[in-house]
Design a protein around this ligand. Structure first.
Ligand SMILES: NC(=O)c1ccc[n+]([C@@H]2O[C@H](COP(=O)([O-])OP(=O)(O)OC[C@H]3O[C@@H](n4cnc5c(N)ncnc54)[C@H](O)[C@@H]3O)[C@@H](O)[C@H]2O)c1
Length: 336
């Protein structure tokens, strides 16, 4: 068993603790949490672990080999850095850091010390995303031309990040993992309804090499939770509804028939409408896969599918989208 510690026991930390405990690969020896009430809850959930109000005391422990960081984004870099400097393997919650330079420093540090550095882009371990990767990699969809995501719900308003940094890491990491998307240009706009400096709705459009276009509709202002992604290829199209328990993925054998050169004057394209197929998707908890993968990477049995470089690419996309969003908000403010 790998002796491990957890930092941050807020909303997501308990899910990580439970999966670490159930994995049979990690022994959770310590939990660090700033808030006393949350720390008391952690004490009850992990009776064998020592609890700390100061994360550095946990990081300093020589008997701990791996640390999982589930505190707010601004704390990821200093905590991960301190952990790597003390020779610990690190799993950081998404997004990896606030700045690309911080990610680069952590990657270099982990490489120099031969330590595992992973980012918890949990969706990559869902059966649905694994299926999407299989469909795209096998050529079943043909040439993929678009990725369209609707990721909306009511809140949860985050203290230190806006809706872009909260929700877009999922889409950016899926685009990177499933399609190997190479962004060339990003456009973004949005609005701050609740807090004047914190966009709570963002619309992002990403143009990628090879003609792929991606669009995300991200919101903390929607009364209903929706998690729906459509991916269109020239052979088949797929719709992934993550909240549909029975038919998460539907593959449409449909498409647009392009005109032959001698028919180019025709205005109406041909439509091919075929069968709809819904493959069975295992309903296992993705975090269990993340935790098992972290153990495999630490033990040298696997290469990370969401290592530091993946986390860095996601943060670069977030930075570019944030710059576009800032410019758009400033333009709109100037007009009103
Ligand atoms: N992978 C996913 O699907 C997923 C889902 C939700 C959240 N997250 C990520 O998890 C991280 C935490 O999010 P959350 O929603 O749990 O936030 P949260 O605010 O509910 O919890 C964070 C906890 O960290 C504690 N904390 C802050 N600074 C600390 C420090 N220096 N040492 C110890 N504890 C500290 C806070 O007191 C708080 O209890 C974020 O990076 C978020 O993006 C990931």
């Amino acid at each position: 068993m790998i002796p491990a510690g957890l930092i941050g026991y807020g909303y997501w930390g308990p899910n990580l603790l439970r999966n670490l405990q159930l994995s049979g690969r990690f022994e959770v020896k310590g939990v660090a949490e700033l808030e006393r009430e949350r720390l008391d809850l952690a004490r009850r959930a992990a009776p064998g672990a020592r609890c700390y109000a100061d994360a550095l005391e946990l990081i300093e422990r020589p008997d701990i080999a791996a640390l999982v960081i589930a505190s707010p984004v601004a704390t990821h870099y200093p905590l991960a850095r301190a952990a790597l400097e003390r020779g610990k393997h690190v799993l950081i919650e998404k997004p990896m850091c606030r700045l690309a330079e911080e990610c680069q420093e952590l990657i270099a540090l982990a490489a120099a010390r031969r330590l595992a550095l992973m980012v918890d882009h949990t969706f990559l371990f869902t059966g649905a995303v694994q299926k999407l990767k299989e469909l795209c990699s096998s050529g079943a969809l043909g040439k993929v031309s678009y990725y369209d995501s609707l990721r909306v719900n009511l809140g949860l308003f985050q203290p230190d990040v806006n809706v872009l940094w909260d929700l877009a890491p999922h889409d950016f990491s899926i685009l990177d993992f499933v399609l190997g998307a190479k962004p060339v240009h990003v456009e973004a706009t949005g609005h701050c309804h609740v807090n004047s400096n914190l966009p709570d709705i963002a619309y992002v459009t990403l143009h990628c090499a090879g003609g792929l276009i991606a669009h995300f509709n991200l919101s903390w202002m929607s009364p209903a939770k929706v998690r729906r992604v459509a991916i269109g290829g020239d052979r088949q199209m797929v719709v992934w509804d993550d909240l549909d328990r029975d038919e998460k993925i539907r593959i449409y054998d449909s498409g647009i028939r392009l005109h032959a050169p001698d028919e180019r004057f025709a205005i109406v394209p041909g439509y091919r409408i075929g069968d709809i197929h819904s493959p069975r998707i295992p309903n296992t908890e993705a975090l269990a896969g993340v935790v098992a993968h972290f153990a495999d990477v630490i033990e040298g049995r696997a290469k990370p599918i969401m290592g530091g470089e993946h986390g860095l690419r996601v943060v670069r996309m977030l930075e570019a989208a944030q710059a576009a969003l800032d410019a758009s908000l400033a333009r709109v403010r100037g007009l009103s």
